[in-house]
Design a protein around this ligand. Structure first.
Ligand code: SF4
Ligand code: SF4
Length: 424
């Protein structure tokens, strides 16, 4: 890996940042068709793809001491992070206890396909208060369309077995469901399945956008179109706002409510700027973001530099600022920009009608969704402002009708700010 120029000298602790850890790199026991991380194996030929104890300890020490935040979250990702084995995570807990500072709360989250879980893993997660994210796209026929193992075998039954174990041991988990060309056609089937059959109360929907180098068909057939994504979210929102507010938590709905309430969205995709959610590979290489693990976004190695030094690099701050400064005019003038902020730069693959680059593939969906939810979001924001529960909207028998003619979506201003930002 080439070494970038380091022009900063700042090494003091900074308020809060987030690093996604890849202790086993991109190695996974499955081969989901749209996994964007599996191809990263080619960046490290002959690598062991195992984070060493020395690196784990050094990272833990710096990650804790360098943040002036009341809560610190260690985010374990992959590939499949359980392939590191339980002993690795037992050591991680030891190091966290060793470097823990008074008054700081330490959280751990782990994103998994859940197929390798057993009682011992689940006992460990429960004892150490892990929050798990489980990848599950919907009912069997939808999940198994693209989530197969290395032998091409379906994985649904194994994922559900893992989820049952998590439930048996009362481990907290949420579901990460990808929205692809197939699931997009069945929004309520997916939602009802996750809510009623899986029994989860926390769901994140992740739109699949896969770029192809083909001028005729620039996106893979698995990708969801902007308009299908908007229809998908709207259908689920209508069901949720009538029956499930306060019971089921859907990330993009919470993010939107925060924006309508004048708070920060709390999710990098819809923040005005980003750049505080980095990714660290198994060997200490640090990158600008999980979606930008490539040579142009390589910041340096923790073997040569301190974590703070790498995070404060000017190029990383510029990366974060460009989310805003590179917004095309169409977004800058957009009536729902306060909630959308142009989406993630990785999806800004189109040009606007007047030929400006950097326009989000999902724009049509974002525009439809943020417009559709305006009226109920205003009501929920008003309830919040009056110190009442947004769930009361269900008693008001409110029917979401979208915008009134001539009305412009707007947020209600609050003094309170929300500092925590999460990452997809
Ligand atoms: S908005 Fe996109 S590029 Fe920015 S941190 Fe989030 S995922 Fe990465
Ligand atoms: S809805 Fe479309 S135009 Fe508006 S901010 Fe989002 S991506 Fe830009």
């Amino acid at each position: 890996m080439r070494t970038p120029k380091h022009t900063t000298t700042r090494t003091q602790p900074i308020q809060a940042f987030h690093v996604m850890l890849k202790p086993r790199g991109p190695v996974c026991n499955l081969e989901c068709a749209y996994c964007f991380y599996l191809p990263k194996e080619a960046m490290y030929p002959q690598a062991s793809f195992r984070m060493s104890d020395e690196l784990l300890e050094s990272f833990t020490h710096q990650y804790i001491q360098d943040q002036q935040a009341p809560e610190i979250t260690f985010a374990w990702q992959g590939g499949e992070p359980t392939l590191m084995g339980l002993e690795f995570y037992r050591k991680a807990m030891e190091y966290q206890r060793k470097y823990h500072q008074a008054g700081q709360k330490i959280n751990n989250s782990l994103q998994t396909n859940a197929t390798l879980l057993d009682d011992e893993w689940c006992q460990f997660f429960r004892q150490n208060n892990f929050l798990l994210g489980v990848s599950l796209d919907g009912p069997k026929e939808l999940h198994d369309a693209y989530r197969l193992d290395k032998g091409g075998q379906p994985t649904f039954e194994r994922v559900m077995r893992g989820i049952n174990l998590l439930q048996k041991h009362r481990v907290e988990f949420n579901i990460l469901a990808c929205v692809n060309n197939r699931t997009a056609q069945y929004p309520l089937d997916v939602y009802h399945f996750l809510r009623d059959d899986v029994g989860t109360a926390f769901i994140q929907f992740i739109p699949i956008v896969e770029k192809k180098f083909d001028p005729v068909q620039p996106f893979s057939y698995r990708s969801v179109t902007g308009s299908a994504y908007g229809q998908y979210l709207n259908a689920i929102f209508d069901e949720w706002v009538r029956n499930d507010v306060g019971k089921i938590f859907i990330q993009i709905f919470d993010v939107a409510l925060a924006s309508w309430a004048g708070l920060r969205p709390g999710l990098c995709v819809h923040e005005a700027t980003c750049g505080q959610a980095l990714a660290m590979e198994h060997n200490g290489d640090l990158y600008a973001c999980d979606h930008y693990v490539d040579s142009s976004h390589y910041l340096g190695s923790m073997n040569d530099h301190s974590l703070v030094e790498l995070i404060n690099l000017p190029q990383q701050r510029q990366f974060g600022r460009e989310k805003k400064s590179r917004l095309p005019r169409q977004c800058r003038k957009c009536r729902v920009r306060f909630a959308c902020n142009g989406g993630c730069p990785k999806d800004r693959l189109l040009t606007t009608q007047d030929g400006e680059p950097g326009f989000n593939v999902l724009c049509e969906g974002y525009l439809a969704f943020f417009t559709h939810i305006d009226r109920p979001m205003r009501r929920m924001a008003e309830l919040l402002q009056a110190n009442r529960a947004p769930a009361e909207i269900m008693n008001l028998q409110h029917q979401p009708k979208g915008l009134c003619a001539g009305e412009k979506p707007r947020r209600i201003r609050y003094k309170k700010r929300q500092d925590e930002v999460s990452h997809v």
